[in-house]
Design a protein around this ligand. Structure first.
Ligand code: TNX
Length: 486
């Protein structure tokens, strides 16, 4: 059993002696990749050194022929471990880093205890690998409770460890506004609030740029979400001009949803959308801007559809691709628009299928499988349970192509887990909701269904626990896994 998550396309364990990886010398196509590979090895307890006696070569090399036979997947890679050394090949740099992540999971965690001389034994193996979906992500609410740049970077490291490519940041909501918008500096006034009140914060333009760069170096794209026309109390608290009666709304620190809204016919509305979406698009390095659209419980569908049309048009005018929550299917949908499925709602399936026929594609975040803010069990202290209880196996046992009846498999863009932070206040709480379930969702997104195996996944999850402990990553010890004792 090799402790890999997500499970690769082809794993050929070799009948050959293992590699003793005490110290490694990294050879890579560029310094940035060499540094990232070194960072991963050091985190795994391997010493990184100059070439020499007793130092194992870890060679990263660009090679179009790498990957599973016949695959033209741009993320494909091959990893070869022999007693003499490690070779990673891939046609693109991202694949080389995937190979390094795989290697890292193969290195047994340092216990740090007495007698741990620092020597790591890695089994001889050949891995050929490529993902099922290109869109593999996590959506992270930094509004309900504020999580700042250090926490966000820790989450980038976590998602990257599971080979995810997207970190979607939910940046605006009723309780707070978390991103500087240069044309609307007053929005900062809505940053210092969160669920339960208390001090919070926001990302400056510089913070946001630095975060995107940190993520991009790890081949993770940040997707910003500005939620409208509901979930908008932070903005109506700052700008009374956006409300019906012209009066600013009170700050909100509860956890109800659906009450706040914009008004399409208000002359202040379109300039506000143009300023906010324009600035966010200009600051965003990636291709996508998420414009929300969820849970506006106080608006007729005609008005809602006008918001969807306008927000999508502004996003496109700035050269980006719009994403909406599934409610976006109630508006006009242009080809290429992404819709994020979240709430299991059978009565809307026909509408989703129709949107897909108009060219929309779906990111699958079904609440009952992928919402990692759901409680594991009724007894679990943290979390909500509107979508049910989501144990590890619930996060694992589902297929993105079987979520919406009648949707063609080609209309599935990929998979995103989501973590909302109404009840989550610290990094450890956050990680204990993400781990081990994020690994399950990552495997749903990466691994072909016929290669998934729950019992094997349980064992591989247990085998990762020592590395999580060594890295200071809190995780929930669900009884569905036989955890090794600390
Ligand atoms: C639903 S998911 C919401 C969020 C809540 C979440 C809690 C979505 C599009 N809307 O506003 O935070 O449930 O699980």
């Amino acid at each position: 059993m090799l402790p890999l998550i997500p499970w690769p396309t082809a794993v050929d364990a070799q009948d050959a002696p293992p590699l003793t990886l005490d110290a490694a010398h990294v050879v890579a196509p560029d310094a940035a990749l060499a540094d990232l590979a070194a960072e991963q090895l050091v985190a795994a307890g391997v010493r990184v050194a100059e070439a020499g006696d007793g130092v194992t070569p870890v060679v990263l090399r660009v090679d179009d022929a790498a990957g599973p036979a016949g695959s033209d997947n741009p993320e494909r890679y091959t990893l070869r471990v022999t007693a003499e050394g490690v070779e990673a090949t891939a046609p693109e740099r991202v694949g080389l880093l995937h190979a390094v992540r795989t290697l890292r999971q193969l290195v047994p965690a340092a216990t740090g205890g007495p007698g741990d001389a620092g020597t790591r034994e890695v089994p001889a193996v050949v891995v050929h690998d490529a993902p099922r979906y290109a869109w593999r992500g996590l959506s992270f609410d930094v509004v309900r409770h504020w999580f700042g740049p250090d926490d966000i970077r820790a989450v980038v490291d976590l998602v990257a460890a599971f080979k995810l490519r997207v970190l979607h940041l939910h940046l605006t909501d009723d309780q707070g506004w978390r991103l500087e918008v240069p044309s609307r500096p007053e929005l900062e006034k809505a940053s210092d609030n969160q669920v339960g009140g208390g001090t919070a914060g926001f990302l400056t333009v510089d913070d946001y740029r630095a975060l995107q760069e940190y993520a991009a170096a790890r081949f993770v794209t940040i997707v910003p979400e500005f939620d409208m026309p509901g979930h908008i109390n932070a903005a109506t608290h700052v700008y009374g001009s956006l409300t019906k009666d012209g009066l600013a709304t009170d700050p909100y620190d509860g956890i109800e949803v659906g009450f706040s809204r914009l008004w399409f016919d208000n002359p202040a509305t379109e300039p506000f959308l143009r300023d906010v979406i324009g600035d966010i698009a200009a600051m965003t390095h990636g291709q996508w801007v998420h414009v929300g659209g969820d849970e506006v419980h106080t608006m007729e569908v005609e008005e809602f559809a006008k918001f969807v049309e306008l927000a999508a048009r502004i996003v496109r005018e700035h050269g980006k691709t719009p994403i909406f929550w599934q409610e976006g299917a109630r508006g006009p949908v242009e080809p290429g628009t992404l819709l994020q499925y979240w709430e299991p709602k059978g009565e809307e399936f026909d509408r989703f299928v129709a949107a897909a026929r108009s060219g929309a594609r779906f990111i699958m975040s079904p609440g009952n499988h992928a919402y990692l803010d759901m409680k594991y069990t009724p007894e679990h202290e943290l979390g909500l349970h509107w979508a049910g209880y989501v144990e590890l196996r619930d996060s694992y046992d589902w297929d993105p192509t079987a979520v919406i009846d009648g949707l063609s498999t080609e209309s599935v863009e990929g998979v995103e887990a989501a973590v909302w932070t109404e009840t989550i206040t610290t990094r450890d709480e956050l990680f204990s909701m993400l781990l081990p379930r994020l690994g399950a969702v990552a495997e749903v997104a990466w691994t072909a269904p016929e290669r998934k195996d729950w019992d094997a996944f349980r064992a591989r999850t247990a085998a990762q626990a020592p590395a999580w402990r060594a890295g200071g990553w809190a995780f929930h010890q669900t009884p569905q896994v036989d955890w090794p004792t600390a």
